[in-house]
Design a protein around this ligand. Structure first.
Ligand SMILES: [Zn+2]
Length: 100
């Protein structure tokens, strides 16, 4: 499920940094074939939902398991989860051909 997106026209693999740049655009032009496509972030939301779920389970789990867990500790777990989600974002982006 998690891999870097490719151009839907010529299958050029986009690098991490490029995906991060392109994913915020409404419409992109492939640097290889020059055709248009648009980034789809549907899977990014699914990714965040899964991470939120895992973080929630982790929170409950650590509340029971770690005695005297501080608010900071709990916060750290969630910050790590959100950061992980943020870093994984480009892997969940898909490029779909733009139909004109
Ligand atoms: Zn292309």
């Amino acid at each position: 499920m998690l891999k870097l997106p490719t151009c839907p026209h010529c299958n050029t693999i986009y690098r991490y940094g490029d995906v991060r740049k392109e994913m915020n655009k409404k419409q992109c032009v492939c640097y290889n074939c020059g055709k248009k496509f648009k980034p789809s972030k549907k899977k990014v939301w699914i990714l965040f939902l899964i991470i939120a779920l895992i973080a929630a389970i982790f929170d409950v789990f650590s509340l029971y398991m770690i005695e005297g867990l501080s608010f900071i500790g709990l916060l750290a777990i969630n910050v790590i989860a959100v950061t992980a989600g943020y870093l994984l974002m480009p892997y969940a982006v898909r490029f779909t051909p733009k139909i004109k």
